[in-house]
Ligand binder design. Structure first.
Ligand SMILES: [Cu+2]
Length: 131
């Protein structure tokens, strides 16, 4: 392979450097593919920081509603909310707060404004304000 590259890059001043880079890229891409293969032996290294898969983005929305239930055990809050523009129609549903401490500041019957983040269809409440 080196010979082929040398011939191809015969006029180049640094044919060795080029082939080294080429080999490095080749090896890297092969090991990368191996690492991502599901058939590789077990999950050797759990990824330390979960990164977003390509194409997944977080969108932020704002809603207004009334708290119907606060469930600290399930870390859930049921909100009867008005239409959230661009996200969902008015309904009553459970949400999970990003930080469980958000539940401490509110109680059933409170009229609130809330901020939620949607990632791949999963909504998480990041902020709650009493109205
Ligand atoms: Cu909803």
């Amino acid at each position: 392979m080196k010979d082929i590259l040398k011939v191809r890059n015969g006029s180049s001043p640094t044919p060795t450097f080029v082939s080294v880079v080429f080999l490095f890229v080749l090896v890297f891409s092969i090991s990368c593919r191996k690492g991502m293969s599901p058939s590789s032996r077990g999950a050797m290294e759990p990824s330390p920081q979960p990164s977003l898969p390509l194409g997944v983005s977080i969108k932020t929305y704002h809603g207004v509603g009334t708290i119907q239930e606060v469930d600290r055990k399930k870390n859930a809050i049921k909100i009867d909310h008005e239409e959230i523009t661009g996200y969902m129609p008015a309904m009553s549903m459970d949400y999970h707060p990003h930080d469980p401490a958000l539940l401490d500041a509110v109680k059933v019957g409170d009229r609130i404004e809330f901020t939620l983040e949607d990632m791949a269809g999963i909504a998480t409440i990041t902020e709650i304000k009493k109205r």
